[in-house]
Design a protein. Structure first.
Length: 464
């Protein structure tokens, strides 16, 4: 092994991300303390996010020191959103999504917990500050002001009143009117039968009625619940940024246009109008100016770019999306793919992936379970792959540069390493081969071993 070579992460490194996953549970203790001293419990979310961010940064720095390719972890999403970091980390180091899923569960518990812990005095204050009388809506006036329908009792009193609004002195011989004309009746309310992303909370109240519960936090917005269904409002605008309809009782719709095709499926780059025509109403919608608009059908999802309303990436984890990948004729007759194979050939051999994502580095990622293939967008050809689930029909084409040895060393040819060591589990840029946590790097010009690291103790290697 070369002197000073960095040690790649070992199983103990997962300790940091598992601690990250359970930090939100520790936040509950802080919530209880804040509630006991009559301070908003939601302040406890801040230290939880700070600690999560510090742990993620430390974990990423550790991966860099251990010679991982951490480019996917350098994006803005992965830097500032813990769950994005945890999910992308799996693609970098392999393994399962356990700690990412646990973080989502524990953080959800942290957000929901305060609503079950209010003492009677706090609850009374909450109810008094959040109570209001709902009034029917007539829509939006031409000046942008919200109009309120005038109750029938008030209308009647206006119409029957004989009070003259203004008293003036009439010139002599001016005829006196025999009756006072009634005021113009209020406009007929426009019936509102549904709400959507961006609807105001007043509209939601009219359409959906009073919620069964309300939770409010300056960090997570205002949550209205009807059974297991919910709507989330942005506190600065009082407009919907997210909703979920697991109980199927929300009167919610998505407003679409005419940007559609006649295809029976959608694909990467399809417009949101076409997706809803093909797939139907989602179960839930999440909106973020940073992460785009996410539509969910059970565990499957589609995300849209907010500037174009077209698909960024998708995941078909529930197998219920009517999605396809459009391919061409750049194929071979081989029963396997390899480094440099075209995406057309990969889908012919491997079939439809479970999910597709794009990165800021102009890469396209296809996933099958914990396995993945990465393509260069400019060429459509494989630049990396990882066979974490052991389900990829991938192979490496070797030549005749081999020896009769049962071990390899610095300077051994790639062909000989493959003969001795067998197929790697991961390949990055064709010069970095992995077997578990052990790896070998090659000089691309000579295809000979430059360095190696036997972290998992599974390399048949010797010092020369």
């Amino acid at each position: 092994m070369e002197p000073g070579s960095s040690k790649r992460t070992n199983p103990a490194t997962d300790t940091l991300v598992w601690i990250t996953a359970f930090v939100p549970i520790a936040g509950i203790a802080a919530e209880l303390f804040l509630i006991s001293i009559d301070i908003a419990a939601w302040w406890s979310v801040i230290p939880v996010l700070v600690v999560n961010s510090l742990l993620s940064t430390k974990d990423k720095n550790d991966l860099v020191q251990r010679i991982y390719d951490t480019k996917p972890l350098e994006s803005i999403w992965a830097t500032f959103f813990v769950p994005v970091y945890l999910f992308k980390r799996v693609a970098v180091v392999g393994g399962g999504y356990g700690y990412a899923i646990v973080w989502i569960v524990t953080f959800s518990i942290l957000l929901v917990f305060p609503s079950t812990q209010k003492n009677p005095e706090q609850h009374a204050r909450f109810e008094s500050t959040n109570s209001f009388i709902p009034l029917p809506r007539t829509g939006i006036s031409t000046t942008g002001a919200r109009q309120t329908q005038i109750p029938a009792t008030i209308t009647t009193s206006i119409e029957t009143s004989t009070h003259t609004p203004y008293e003036t002195t009439r010139p002599e011989n001016t005829p006196v009117p025999t009756s006072i004309p009634s005021p113009t009746p209020p406009p007929t309310p426009i019936p509102t039968t549904y709400f959507t992303i961006g609807s105001h909370k007043d509209d939601v109240l009219v359409v959906q009625g009073t919620p069964t519960s309300v939770n409010k936090t300056e960090h997570a917005g205002e949550w209205w619940h009807w059974g297991n269904s919910y709507v989330i409002f942005d506190l600065s605008t009082d407009r919907i940024v997210q909703w979920g309809n697991p109980s199927g009782n929300l009167k919610v719709e998505l407003i679409t246009g005419s940007d559609v095709t006649q295809l029976p499926y959608f694909t990467s780059g399809s417009h949101r109008d076409d997706v809803i025509r093909i797939q139907g109403m989602p179960d839930a919608v999440t909106y973020s100016e940073y992460a785009g608009e996410w539509w969910h059908w059970d565990n499957s999802y589609v995300t849209f770019d907010l500037s174009t309303d077209r698909i960024n990436f998708w995941g078909n984890h529930s197998g219920n999306l009517k999605v396809e990948l459009i391919t061409g004729s750049d194929v071979t007759q081989l029963p396997y793919f390899t480094f440099g194979s075209h995406r057309d050939d990969v889908i012919r051999i491997q079939g439809m992936p479970d999910s597709v994502t794009y990165s800021e580095y102009a890469d396209e990622w296809w996933h099958w379970g914990n396995s993945y293939v990465i393509f260069d967008l400019s060429t459509g050809r494989i630049i990396s792959w990882g066979n974490g689930s052991g389900n990829l029909q991938v192979d490496i084409i070797s030549g005749s540069n081999v020896t009769g040895l049962d071990y390899f060393e610095i300077g051994s040819h790639m062909d000989d390493v493959l003969r001795i060591q067998g197929m790697p589990t991961d390949v990055s840029a064709d010069w970095w081969w992995w077997w578990g946590n052990s790896h070998v790097t090659f000089d691309l010009a000579t295809k000979k071993v430059l360095s190696w690291e036997n972290t998992s103790g599974n390399l048949n290697v010797r010092l020369n």
